[in-house]
Design a binder for this molecule. Structure first.
Ligand SMILES: C[S@@+](CC[C@H](N)C(=O)[O-])C[C@H]1O[C@@H](n2cnc3c(N)ncnc32)[C@H](O)[C@@H]1O
Length: 243
């Protein structure tokens, strides 16, 4: 078992969470996200871009099922795709500018978009959702929030047999990379995939049957892993993990 990740230092933390980045660059983020760029490397040739992963996840879900896009970002691209395909989903993001921009670009989603910081308990009942998306979000958060609040809360609001898809930058420590999409250096918290898996399994999830986690490298040359998991039937409210 790897040692627990240390909290970021005071000078690293604000940049790593990227609040200022998303406040300032939401519009550009939405544009790049809509481009649906091809990965520069993938462990499975069926999955060349985010849209392929979404399709793969969708086939696990009940027609018209209820979903939560946790960290839906400016533009709410994935929420839009799911709603167009007949799912009944909502999106949350902590940055009001992201939600405002999403409502402007996609007014048909306005009633489905909410400002909420996932580091705080969700004001939603247990077992409310058939599926949850949490894409590229934990990399902006501290381990004590990810393991102590964010993941337990997402699992709490997932119904038994419901499906979670989480994508995150994997590795150890903190990584700064030059992002040519913005001509800026950005900083991310990397997560050990064994530690994330261990946490989700402890909370009551199991990897989808026959699913082999997909890995890919994006245009920024950062490495990601994708888990598709289901909540075991008979699990109560998940216990928060101490970190
Ligand atoms: C890289 S974008 C992810 C976009 C989208 N989920 C996707 O898969 O394309 C990360 C988003 O997560 C949001 N985010 C990060 N930490 C969050 C938190 N603690 N609570 C709510 N939103 C958060 C950021 O504001 C940002 O909009």
């Amino acid at each position: 078992m790897p040692p627990p990740l240390q909290p970021l230092t005071a000078t690293q933390a604000p940049e790593a969470f990227s609040e200022s980045f998303y406040r300032a660059h939401g519009k550009r983020y939405a544009e790049i996200n809509e481009e649906n760029r091809q990965y520069v490397w993938t462990s499975d040739a069926r999955f060349q871009r985010d849209a392929d992963l979404l399709e793969d996840f969708m086939r696990l879900l009940p027609q018209g099922g209820k979903g939560l896009d946790a960290g839906c970002c400016a533009g709410a691209r994935d929420l839009d795709i799911f709603c167009q395909r007949g799912f009944d989903a909502i999106g949350l993001d902590s940055i009001p500018e992201n939600i405002r921009l999403s409502c402007e670009r996609k007014p048909h989603l306005a009633s489905r978009l909410f400002v909420h910081d996932l580091r705080e308990a969700l004001l939603l009942p247990d077992a409310a959702f058939d599926f949850i998306l949490c894409g590229y979000v934990i990399q902006h958060n501290e381990p004590q929030d990810v393991f102590g609040v964010i993941l337990p809360e997402l699992v709490r609001v997932l119904r038994p047999n419901g499906a979670l898809r989480i994508i995150f930058k994997h590795g150890k420590g903190i990584r700064s990379v030059f992002d040519p999409g913005y001509q800026l250096t950005r900083t991310f918290r990397l997560y050990d995939e064994g530690e994330v898996l261990d946490c989700l399994e402890t909370l009551g999830l199991t990897m989808e049957r026959d699913y082999v986690p997909v890995r890919f490298t994006d245009y920024k040359l950062t490495d990601h892993v994708v888990f598709q998991m289901r909540k075991r039937v008979g699990m109560g409210n998940p216990r928060k993990k101490q970190v």
